[in-house]
Design a protein around this ligand. Structure first.
Ligand code: ADP
Ligand code: ASP
Ligand code: MG
Length: 405
């Protein structure tokens, strides 16, 4: 008998028929003699719909209320799943984040899990229940509902798996595993049988939404092996595990893209010590993560500074910088939401050179202008115009010999 955590994403529970199909799969796992904890997302499209309803009611919806609203999507699916399983003759019980004691900090809409009181889940399991937990949501120290950021059900699943010391954590989604690029935009993408946590961390942080980055961080920290696979067939998916000698010996293992980027430029900033701090600290204080930063060479004591922030934070960051620009005497603030980031990733880059020049020459051949560049030990990212994203991903995928036949 094993203790298995299964997480099903939005498409997998997209309507009542799909909920029934997933229930069959859960039932089979239970029938095989396993204890099962299931984490569910909201039905696909529901979270987006809730956000757009909120935006119609208020220009800048209150963050606390927003999380109360968004948590309802998952409440629907867990209750429907429990009813379905009960109708099939199984003991099943749904649990919301607070009932599963998923304790988070208070950063509404991007809360971090601090602790999980797994006692209630464990006691239901030992009473023979299949436990169905709402993903994406938790509760903070004040008793308020929080959500974990888009794609957060992955993180709920891994955190629960770590807390109850599950033997397996399976992430069921709408593709067959983790691919060398998003299979929905790169037809030649190949499914990987295994990938190292470190590579997956980079892929997730650079746009591969198949796993939320926090889920990979948890999995690595607590040594939870993840099996990412399709909920629509029985194919083996991809194992996310510690790096080992049997991993494919390739330099580049994947290409990712993210359209969730925007950039802000402050022009003609007086170039003196502390200026980068004055510009970037207020953005950080607003809880906005700055990714790439470029400062141009100075021209008569003036410089330009450009940085990127996630698209949902663009308006807030722009407002902040307009005030900063006045305070520090910058000439102008410019913003651009029509950008994207393409990246190549691979642990093999540690011991190989020439990856960057190949990436730049490939983009040049396609006439794609590079707006910003950043690198780490195992990845290179370029910001480009958004309209070239698909072209860039496909060209890089071919150039780094990742194409399937
Ligand atoms: P779920 O609702 O199951 O959580 P998501 O939509 O969050 O599913 O994540 C699955 C999607 O991730 C896929 O449909 C695919 O478009 C996208 N994706 C992006 N990059 C990759 C990749 N490298 N491998 C697999 N899927 C990817
Ligand atoms: N429903 C949430 C979202 O759409 C969480 C998730 O699906 O993982 O982002
Ligand atoms: Mg997801």
């Amino acid at each position: 008998m094993a203790l298995i955590v299964q997480k099903y994403g939005g498409t997998s529970v997209g309507d009542t028929q799909r909920i029934k199909n997933v229930a069959q799969r859960i039932a089979r796992t239970r029938d095989a003699g396993n204890q099962v904890v299931v984490i569910l997302s909201a039905m696909s499209g529901v979270t987006d719909e809730l956000i757009s309803m909120a935006e119609k009611t208020a220009a800048n919806p209150d963050k606390r209320e927003m999380d109360v609203l968004l948590a309802t999507g998952e409440q629907t699916t867990v209750s429907l799943m429990a009813m379905t399983l009960q109708g099939m003759g199984y003991k099943a019980r749904s649990m919301l984040g607070y009932q599963a004691e998923i304790l988070t900090d208070s950063s509404y809409s991007k809360a971090r899990i601090l602790d999980i009181g797994a006692e209630r889940i464990k006691s239901l399991l030992s009473d023979g229940y299949i436990v169905i937990v709402a993903g994406f949501q938790g509760i903070d120290a004040h008793g308020d509902i929080t959500t974990l950021g888009r794609g957060g059900s992955d993180t709920s699943a891994v955190a629960v798996a770590a807390a109850i010391k599950a033997d397996q954590c399976e992430i069921y989604t709408d593709v067959e595993g983790i691919y060398t690029a998003d299979p929905n935009i790169c037809g030649k993408a190949r499914k990987l049988s295994r990938i190292a946590y470190d590579e997956m961390l980079e892929m997730s942080s650079l746009g591969a939404k198949v796993l939320q980055i926090r889920s990979v961080e948890f999995a690595k920290k607590y040594g939870v092996p993840l099996h990412v696979r399709s909920s629509f067939n029985e194919e083996e998916g991809t194992m996310v595990v510690h790096e080992d000698a049997n991993m494919e010996q390739v330099v580049v293992s994947g290409v990712t893209h993210s359209k969730n980027e925007s950039r802000i430029t402050l022009r003609k900033v007086p170039d003196r010590p502390g200026i980068a701090y004055s510009i970037l600290a207020p953005v950080a204080e607003a809880g906005i993560g700055v990714d790439m930063i470029i400062q141009n060479t100075r021209l008569s004591n003036m410089t330009d500074l450009t940085f990127t922030v996630p698209k949902p934070d663009f308006k807030t960051a722009l407002e902040i910088e307009k005030k900063v620009a006045e305070e520090i005497g910058a000439a102008e603030v410019m913003g651009d939401e029509n950008i994207a980031k393409v990246s190549v990733i691979g642990v093999g880059m540690r011991s190989h050179s020439g990856v960057a020049s190949k990436m730049f020459s490939t983009l040049a051949r396609e006439n794609i202008n590079i707006l910003m560049i950043s690198t780490s030990e195992i990845r290179i990212s370029c910001v480009i115009e958004e309209k070239y994203t698909e072209l860039a991903v496909r060209a890089l995928h071919t150039a780094f010999e990742l194409d399937s036949e």
